[in-house]
Design a protein. Structure first.
Length: 497
C-alpha cells in the first residue's frame, strides 16, 4: 500500500531570489530607487507616528486631513513624484552604471563615444585609465542632470513675488532663487575631499612605513583627524546656533535647542551683546529682557541690568542651578545624559530584535551609555567653556574692566564654549567618530554659505556636485574601502550589479 505523505509547502522566495530575476543592468537602478524612497519616507513616517502618539496622549483634536492615515498617504504618495529624491537616486545611479557594457564584446554606444572623447582629449590612455575616466565622465553627466532634476522643483521658500509697475498697472514679478540642494552638494563635496585626502595620506603612510620613517606625530595625526574635524565643525555649528540660526536647517536648529535646554531670553541677550545693542555701563533700554528672567528665577532685578551688573552674573547662565560654575556643568551633564539615554536606548534595543541575545542586549546598552556620555559631555563642555571665559580664565587674562567684560560677552565666551564642546567625541569609539564627523561637516560648511542665492549662479553648485559625485563613485568602483563609513557600504551594495 502506497504511503501517504503530506504535501510539502514551497519555501517563500527570498529577497536575493527576487533580485536574481532582475536583469543585472537594472539592479542598481531599482536598489537606488528603493533606497531613496525609504530614506525619504521612513524618517517622516516615524515623526508622524510619534506626533500622533503625543496628540493621543494629550487628547489634542486635529483636522480630518491632518489625521494619521491621510498624512501617511501624503508622505507615501509625495515621494513618488518625479522631482523627488527617489527619482534623483535612480537617475544618478542609473546614469553612472547603465552605460557600462555587461558584455565586453558589445560595448554600449555611449561608452564607445566616451572612449573616443577621452582618446581625442588626452591621447593614448592605458586600459585601466580608460575605465576610470569612463566611469568618472558617465557619473559626472548623470550627476549633473539628476541634480538639475531636483533643482527644477519649485518651493515657496526659494521664490519671492515682488510687486512691479508696467503699462498694465501693478503686477507681481516672480523671482526664483537657488540653494535648495546646497546641503546635498556639500555632502558630496565633503565625501570627495575625504576620499582624495584619505588616498593621498594612505600612499604617504605606505611609503613612510617602507622607509621606516613613520613617526609618532604622524600616528597621532591619523588618530585625531576625525576628532579634530568634528570639533571644528561643531564650533562652526554652535557659533551659528547662537548668532546666525538662519544658517542652520530648521529641523537641525530645533534639535540643538531641545538638547541644549536653554532659555531663549539668554540667547537673545548674547546676540544683543554681540551686535552692540547691550552695552555694559550704558543705558540702552535692554534691561527688561533679562529682568524678566530674574523675576522667573527669583533673582535680584539688578542681575539683569547691564548698567548695574558688569558683567551679568554667571548665575544667569546657569538658569537656576546656583552660582557655582562647576556644579552647573555637572548638572548639565546629568540632565543631558538622561535625556540622551532615553532617546538612544529604545533605538539600540530595537536594532537587537533582528538577532536577540544577551550579548546583543549588552552591546546595545553599552552603545547607549557611550553615546549618552558623549552628548552629555558635549553640552556640559559647551556651557562650562562659556563660564571659563566669563568667570574663571577670562577675567584673569583680560581683566575685569567694563570694556573687557563687554569683549568677553560679545563673543569670546561663546567662542570658548564652541572650541571645547566638540572634543567630547573622544568618548566615542574610533569607528563611530568618522561617521559622526562626516555627518556634521557638511552642516558646518553650510553655515559659511547663504541658504539662498541667485538662480543664475546655480551652475556652479551643479558643477561641484557632479565632479564630487564622480570622484566618489569612481572610487567605489576601484577601491570601495576608501569610501569610509556607512555610505561606502551602501554605495558598494547599490552600484554592484
Amino acid at each position: 500500500m502506497a504511503r501517504l505523505t503530506a504535501p510539502q509547502s514551497r519555501p517563500l522566495p527570498t529577497l536575493r531570489a527576487y533580485e536574481a530575476s532582475i536583469p543585472p543592468s537594472l539592479r542598481p537602478l531599482i536598489r537606488a530607487y528603493l533606497f531613496g524612497y525609504a530614506s525619504s519616507t521612513v524618517p517622516r513616517i516615524l515623526t508622524l507616528f510619534l506626533a500622533h502618539l503625543s496628540r493621543r496622549r494629550k487628547n489634542i483634536d486635529v483636522l480630518p486631513e491632518d489625521c494619521f492615515v491621510p498624512s501617511l498617504a501624503r508622505i507615501l504618495k509625495g515621494a513618488l513624484e518625479w522631482q523627488r529624491f527617489p527619482t534623483f537616486c535612480c537617475a544618478l545611479v542609473g546614469g553612472s552604471t547603465f552605460i557600462e557594457a555587461r558584455d565586453p564584446h558589445r560595448p554600449s554606444i555611449l561608452k564607445i563615444t566616451l572612449r573616443r572623447l577621452i582618446t581625442r582629449v588626452l591621447g593614448d590612455v592605458s586600459g585601466r585609465g580608460h575605465l576610470r575616466l569612463t566611469k568618472w565622465l558617465s557619473t559626472f553627466i548623470a550627476a549633473w542632470f539628476s541634480l538639475q532634476l531636483l533643482q527644477s522643483k519649485e518651493q515657496d521658500a526659494y521664490i519671492d513675488r515682488i510687486p512691479s509697475d508696467d503699462d498694465e498697472g501693478v503686477t507681481t514679478e516672480t523671482v526664483r532663487f537657488a540653494g535648495r540642494t546646497m546641503d546635498l552638494t556639500l555632502f558630496a563635496l565633503t565625501r570627495a575631499v575625504d576620499v582624495i585626502v584619505g588616498e593621498l595620506w594612505s600612499q604617504r603612510k605606505r611609503k613612510r612605513i617602507a622607509e621606516r620613517k613613520w613617526t609618532k606625530i604622524e600616528i597621532s595625526i591619523s588618530g585625531l583627524t576625525d576628532s579634530a574635524i568634528f570639533a571644528s565643525s561643531c564650533a562652526l555649528i554652535m557659533w551659528s546656533w547662537i548668532y546666525m540660526p538662519s544658517r542652520l536647517p530648521r529641523a537641525y536648529n530645533k534639535w540643538i535647542t531641545a538638547a541644549a535646554q536653554v532659555d531663549q531670553r539668554l540667547l537673545v541677550a548674547l546676540r544683543r551683546c554681540r551686535y552692540g545693542e547691550i552695552k555694559y555701563g550704558l543705558e540702552t533700554g535692554q534691561a527688561p529682557l533679562l529682568q524678566s528672567m530674574c523675576k522667573d528665577y527669583n533673582w535680584p532685578l539688578d542681575y539683569g541690568d547691564p548698567v548695574k551688573s558688569v558683567p551679568f552674573p554667571c548665575e544667569v547662565v546657569h538658569m537656576g542651578t546656583g552660582p557655582n560654575c562647576e556644579y552647573h556643568a555637572l548638572s548639565r551633564w546629568v540632565r543631558s545624559f538622561r535625556w540622551a539615554f532615553l532617546t538612544y536606548l529604545p533605538i539600540n534595543l530595537a536594532l537587537t530584535l533582528r538577532k536577540p541575545s544577551r550579548k546583543a542586549f549588552l552591546r546595545a546598552l553599552m552603545s547607549s551609555l557611550r553615546s549618552s556620555s558623549f552628548l552629555g559631555s558635549f553640552i556640559a563642555l559647551y556651557y562650562y567653556g562659556i563660564c571659563l571665559a566669563r568667570s574663571r580664565l577670562g577675567p584673569m587674562v583680560l581683566g575685569t574692566s567694563t570694556p573687557a567684560c563687554q569683549r568677553i560677552d560679545s563673543g569670546l565666551c561663546v567662542a570658548s564654549g564652541c572650541s571645547l564642546c566638540g572634543w567630547s567625541i573622544l568618548l566615542e569609539n574610533a569607528s563611530r567618530r568618522k561617521d559622526i564627523a562626516l555627518f556634521v561637516t557638511p552642516r558646518a560648511l553650510a553655515t559659511l554659505f547663504p541658504r539662498r542665492y541667485s538662480w543664475d549662479l546655480q551652475w556652479r553648485e551643479t558643477l561641484v556636485f557632479a565632479a564630487s559625485t564622480a570622484v566618489v563613485f569612481t572610487c567605489v568602483a576601484e577601491k570601495p574601502e576608501r569610501v569610509r563609513g556607512v555610505l561606502g557600504k551602501v554605495l558598494a551594495r547599490t552600484l554592484i550589479a
